[in-house]
Each structure stands twice: as C-alpha cells, then as structure tokens.
Design a protein around this ligand. Sequence first.
Ligand code: GTP
Length: 598
Amino acid sequence: TPLDHIRNFSIIAHIDHGKSTLADRLIQTTGGLTAREMSEQVLDNMDIEKERGITIKAQTVRLDYTAKDGQKYVLNLMDTPGHVDFAYEVSRSLAACEGALLVVDASQGVEAQTLANVYQSIEYDHEIVPVINKIDLPAAEPEKVKQEIEEIIGLPADDAVLASAKSGIGIDDILEALVKRIPAPKGDINAPLKAMLVDSWYDPYLGVVILVRIIDGSLKKGQQIRFMQAGTTHLIDRVGCFRPKIEILDSLGPGEIGFITAQIKEVSQTAVGDTITDAKNPTSTPLPGFKQVQPVVFCGLFPVDAADFDKLKESLGKLRLNDASFSFEAENSAALGFGFRCGFLGLLHLEIIQERLSREYDLDLITTAPSVVYHLNMTHGEGSIDLHNPADMPDVTRIDSIDEPWIEATIYVPDQYLGAVLKLCQDRRGIQKDMTYVGGRVQLLYELPLNEVVFDFYDRLKSISRGYASFDYHQIGYREGDLVKMTIMVNGEVVDALSMIVHRHAAEGRGRQMCQRMKDLIPRHLFKIPIQAAIGGKVIARETIGAMRKDVTAKCYGGDISRKKKLLEKQKEGKKRMRQYGSVDIPQEAFIAALRMG
Ligand code: GTP
C-alpha cells in the first residue's frame, strides 16, 4: 500500500467510555462483517481474550476503507487498555501510530485517564481527533463535554465528532476524519529494513507472534532478520495482519502494521521496543527502544494445600509466557510454607493474575500483604539495598534510613464528594499540589506514598464518591519516610507472612486492627492465645483469645449420627483451609482479613 493511503491510529479513552464498542463498530462498518459474523467475532475474541489474557494486550486490526474521495485506504486500528497499571501498553501502541481518536463519554466528560492518555499521545506528536461518544444517552451533554475538552485538555473541540458507537451514529464521520486529519506515515521502501517490535504474545498454534510497525524497508517470508537489542537472528516463516481474523500477506512495507512469526518459543526472547532489521543489510540507526517495565507491587502467593506447590509453579510459568511484566521467585515462609514472591505492575494486575490462578488453574491461594519496593540505606558502608519483602528486613541497627516510592495522582471528583476525597488523601499522607474547578467537578493533584495507594486506595475512592471519582497516577521517585517494620505474633511467635512496613504514626492503629481481626477469626483452642503487634521488641497492640471450655466439645460430638458426620466433614474441610502455626491453627480467612485495610 502506498504510504499516503495508510493511516495508523489508536483509540484512547477512559475506562467504559466506549473504546471497544467503537472499535467493533469500525470493524463492522469497514470490514463488511455481517451482524451475525460480528457477534460471532466478538464471542470468538472473548474466548481468545480469556485464553491469552488479551484484555491487557493491545489489539491491532487492519481495516479497508473507501473514502468519499473515491480512494481506498488502509486504516490500522490499535486498541489500548484503559487502566493505569497498563499505561506502558498504551505508550508502546501510541509509538506505532501517527494519530489517535480521543473517545469521551458524552454523559461523563473528561476523566483522569482521558487526560493521562492524551498527554502520552501528545508526546508522540499525534494528531488527536476528539470523538464525543454515547450521544444517544438522554444524559448526554455534548456541548459541556466539548467545553471540557477545550478547557481541561486544551484541544480545539469545534470539530469533535459526535457519535454513538452503540447505535452507529457518526461512524462515517469518524472514518472520514481519520483519512483527512491524521497524517500518513513516512518511510522509505528502499532503505534497509527498520521495524519496531510493538508487542508479542504466545499462541499455542503459531508460537510467539510478533506485532511490528515497519518504518523503512520491508518484511517477507524467508527473510533473515535480526533483533538489534537482543542480538539474535531469526528466519521469518509468516507475515500477516489481523482483520481481525488472521490474514497471511506476501510482505509488509513502510508505514504498515502487521505480525510475523519466526519459530520463536518464548515471549521473553522478544524485547518490546526492539528494532528489527535485515540480518545482511542492517540499518545504522536503531530505534531508541522503550524503558523496561518494572514490577512495583510485590506479594507472596502460597498454596493453601502444600501439595499444590508444583501446580502453582507450573501455572505461574504458563501465565508468565504471555506476560513478561510479572515476576516470581520461590519463597519460604515459616507460617505459610513454600510459595512464591511475585511482582506486579499494580494491584489490578495482581488481582488479574490471582483470579486466573484460582479460576483457570483451580488453585486455592493465600496472598500476603502487597508491598512496594523500599530502598534501605544501610549503615557501616553497606550501601543501599532493595527490599521486596518486609519479612526480609535486616536488623534496624544496620539501617540508616528507608526511602519509599511516591506517586503523583490526578483525581477528578464531583463537588459533593470533595470533602470525603480530601480526607482520604490526607489520611494516606497525601500532599496537595493543586485543586481546580472545572464545571461541577474538581481536579485534584496530590503527591502520595505508593505504599498508601496499593492496598485499597482506588476502591475507597470509588466507594466514597459513589463511583464518580476517577484516578490516575505515575511514579515520581523515592523519598525518605519514617517507616517501621511491624510484626504480628500469635502465641508468642512471629507470623512472618503478616509482617509489614508501615508509617510510624499509622502503626498502632493498623496493629490494633490486625489483632482484632485475627482474634475474631482464629477459633478458640484449649489454651489462651495472645495476639500481639510489635515494632522491634515493643508491643503496640494486644488481643487475647480465651480458652475453649471443655463442655463445648462434648456437646458438639454428642447428638445424632448424621449431625456428627456433618460436623466431621465440615471439620475436615476446615482443616484444609487452616494453617497450623506453632500449636495454633490459623484459618485462611484470618490472613486475608488481617491483611485487608480500611
Ligand atoms: P474498557 O474495555 O473497560 O476499557 O471499556 P471501553 O472503553 O472499551 O468501553 P466499552 O466499549 O466496553 O463500553 C462500555 C459500556 O458503554 C458498554 O456497556 C457499552 O455497551 C456502552 N456503550 C459504548 N458505546 C455506547 C454508546 O454510544 N451509547 C451507549 N448508550 N452506550 C455505549
């Protein structure tokens, strides 16, 4: 396809503003997929999504469009995920495009992620076409939203397209706007091959599939290529694109987006952002590449049933095949036995992996408190070390100071919930940087310790604003904090899985809360069980579980036989979910409850 007949664009939007619906509608309108095929298509995709976890993967579709000028165009649509945990996915998709459709819900207006995505898009010099979606809704206020786009984002919104992805209004206008307003890609077919490795994933039939954007030159089957950063060579065995079904092509030329396969076995062999070039005739100017994403939230995952350890290991390995952004290494806890220390991009990412382990791999797991990565500045010239697991914290006498990661958060909230949101940010050690009114809403800029956000900040924010507040953040570096390691002791023994790093001022409250929750959930034993929270050797909170009275058991095990059987079964079930600790049985629920904040 000649360069001036190609348009590469992504769709950026806040969650739920209709990105996927619009993408489907564009596919349907241009691809001539019938409504029936369309619904099959969507279903197909959902299965694949489940299989591959593509919900977190950017998808690309090639569309053929005959514009009003009578010319045929190739439109490459790159879908992007909306959640902050996956901001890096957005960034790499944007790097492969010349423009973006900015979708804003006509009844909701500009939200935190709208803004975050637009900034990224602007960084790549994109032409941005605003689309005001859901104008079919009675609550739609397109004029107000236009004003927000101009005031908050600073983009002219006069020529924003009014659309309803659901009922099909404005779809032709969007297609025309893409052709007219988004610039064609540049490139030289005669120059040595230079292509960007945009994404890769494992497919059970094709092996590793690599999504590429060609800058210069071309890619063909049988070509010997080189990944410049990785330093490896491969033989291309397939070239193609998604429509969204797979279509095999003869070649891909400058400005085009498509996929290749080259008998690569593992995603880890492909670095996103790497430059792909011809092995014999390489380019002299590789692309700058992307920053490697680093996990920011760590937690331990332990099988409830110790016999499931190997299964857990195998399952983590499988998930990792398609998600190089999460990490795991074996860990041994006195309380929980053998498990894994895992790193994630954020809490949603953690939840997705946890959910998949339990649903798809049928694993019953205990998750320890999520923790960020601390920098410990050591005394005695020991330098600085990264702490991923609070249980590994060295003796305080060896630590000079502790630095923790901070973020800058942007929050949008309707006026009436402002007070509650301010209090939440305050409670979480937030520092207010800015507060501006836009229409009936307030835009807040806060600096917050990441540690205070990873647990449940987003959930709390949603609940105190009845779902109306929106939130986005990025990391802004490390700062020293007055942080301490708090341990929980049950019957005099430290339960390592419950150790956590907390701010000194929050320690007592948090300790008391954890002791109370453990008290409520640990069953009575034949002896008294003290539960204590401590910093260093100093106990800061304490609860006691009274001893069980003898006649309670007697009563339980008397009575008719069927009831007795039931009780025994229940007890067996319960046993499985218990962790014996010293001489005390701690049920799984107690761990989970103790670790939940707020
Ligand atoms: P994520 O995939 O979660 O990021 O969301 P998204 O932005 O892709 O939104 P999605 O397309 O899933 O749409 C969210 C909801 O809005 C769905 O229930 C859609 O049916 C609905 N929706 C999308 N477009 C329209 C529209 O034009 N009008 C109306 N009334 N509803 C719409």
